[in-house]
Write a protein that binds this ligand. Structure first.
Ligand code: ADP
Ligand code: MG
Length: 395
């Protein structure tokens, strides 16, 4: 089922009595969610994800805009007539009912022509239970289940009526790390098997990236970017999106474009074309650094973290907006650091750390070890200092 959001807007009266302004929880959201896809709605807490989901479910009414399921305008329909399945962070199961009774519950409330016989209901309940692999738990009470199992029951209950649209609001947040991974794969499998158009809300970028066909990144009620996860990662529309996606996060610097060169601090790190001379913010993905003996970008090595396949080279630079810079390079470079790729300590630099008498005396003077990088231009993004919008460049 295609879901069309047309200029969807929701304002709440401010909770703060002194502030008269409304909170715009969702601001003019327009998007067509393609049939059968899983959409990840992503953003920090308070950005309007749940409000968007609750508008689609009908739990709250929009201040403006329309919602269509296929050709049907559902904007004024109550939730029970929209054909949706809902799953929340806290599983919201009925504690006094068994798993089977919980799953049967939505079916027992069907009226009129939709009413089912007892055996039809049971068949559907077992079908939904099988989909989430909890058939053997049907006689238990929710209190006798693990968090992951409870969330599966909640998903089965949401699926039992074969909804037109499945809406999941942070469904994995209460699970431990291992179960979170496992359950998100389950959700992906179930979504593929049923082909139900699904909207999955999360504040966890990795979770959204890993299971979604498309992600929608929101900030302060405003959609920042919509696209396939890899496309959004590879081409963020603005500084916010660049910062929000990726682990380790993108490295940010103050930079400048001058005479067709991109500078970070004093270092001319790339030759670029098509950008007016200006001060910029520079974002470099951790995988965008290459260790190079005569590389143009010089940082101060602070440490190496071994991660198995890769190593993380941690360094500092005066122009960095983060406390430290993280470069991810292949573990085969491990032996080279301290060797040819990392230069000998710069004697001028080591003078800078001289003790001034302000704090406890240091036994030995810290000697800064320089580390030099070349940057992969495809992993470097420039942003306007005022608007924080992306500035595209050519190489
Ligand atoms: P998210 O799910 O992304 O964390 P929400 O959609 O819950 O964000 O909230 C978006 C904004 O709307 C927040 O600023 C929140 O405080 C506000 N908000 C949400 N629900 C209400 C409400 N019922 N009354 C007033 N403000 C609300
Ligand atoms: Mg929420």
């Amino acid at each position: 089922m295609e879901v069309v959001l047309q200029n969807l807007t929701k304002k709440f009266p401010s909770r703060d009595r002194k502030k008269r302004e409304d909170v715009v929880a969702v601001d003019n959201f327009t998007f067509t969610i393609p049939d059968g896809k899983l959409i990840g709605l992503l953003g920090p807490s308070g950005c309007g994800k749940s409000t968007t989901l609750n508008l689609i479910s009908g739990l709250i009414k929009p201040t403006g805009g329309r919602i269509f399921f296929g050709k049907d305008d559902v904007t004024d329909l109550p939730p029970e007539n929209r054909g949706i399945g809902l799953v929340f962070q806290n599983y919201a199961l009925y504690p006094h009912l068994t798993v089977k009774q919980n799953i049967l519950f939505p079916l027992e409330n069907l009226k009129g022509k939709d009413k089912l016989s007892k055996s039809e209901m049971l068949a559907k309940a077992y079908e939904a239970a099988k989909l989430v692999q909890i058939e053997e738990l049907m006689e238990r009470k929710p209190g006798e289940l693990s968090g992951g199992q409870q969330q599966r029951v909640a998903i089965a209950r949401a699926l039992v009526k074969m909804p037109r649209v499945l809406l999941l609001d942070e469904p994995l947040s209460n699970l431990d790390a291992r179960l979170r991974l496992q359950t998100r794969e389950e959700i992906r499998r179930i979504q593929r098997e049923t082909g139900i158009t699904t909207i999955f809300v999360t504040h966890d970028q990795e979770e959204a990236m890993s299971i979604s066909d498309m992600i929608v990144v929101m900030k302060d009620g405003v959609v920042q970017q919509i696209g396939k996860p890899q496309d959004v990662y590879d081409s963020p529309a603005n500084l916010f999106v660049a910062k929000f996606l990726g682990t380790p996060p993108i490295n940010l610097f103050e930079g400048q474009v001058k005479e067709n060169r991109l500078y970070i601090g004093e270092d001319a790190v790339l030759k670029i074309k098509g950008v007016e001379e200006q001060k910029v913010f520079v974002g470099v993905r951790p995988e965008g650094f290459r260790l190079q003996e005569d590389g143009p970008f010089c940082c101060e090595l602070s440490g190496i973290e071994v991660m198995g396949r890769d190593i993380s080279v941690v360094s500092r630079n005066k122009a960095s907006l983060n406390a430290s810079i993280r470069a991810i390079v292949g573990a085969e470079h491990l032996g080279k650091i301290g060797g040819g790729y990392v230069g000998d300590a710069d004697p001028d630099r080591s003078e800078e750390g001289v003790f001034t008498g302000e704090s406890a005396p240091v036994e030995e003077k810290a000697v800064a070890t320089p580390v030099r990088f070349a940057l992969n231009p495809g992993k470097v993004f420039l942003f306007n200092r005022e608007t924080e919008e992306r500035i595209h460049f050519e190489v």
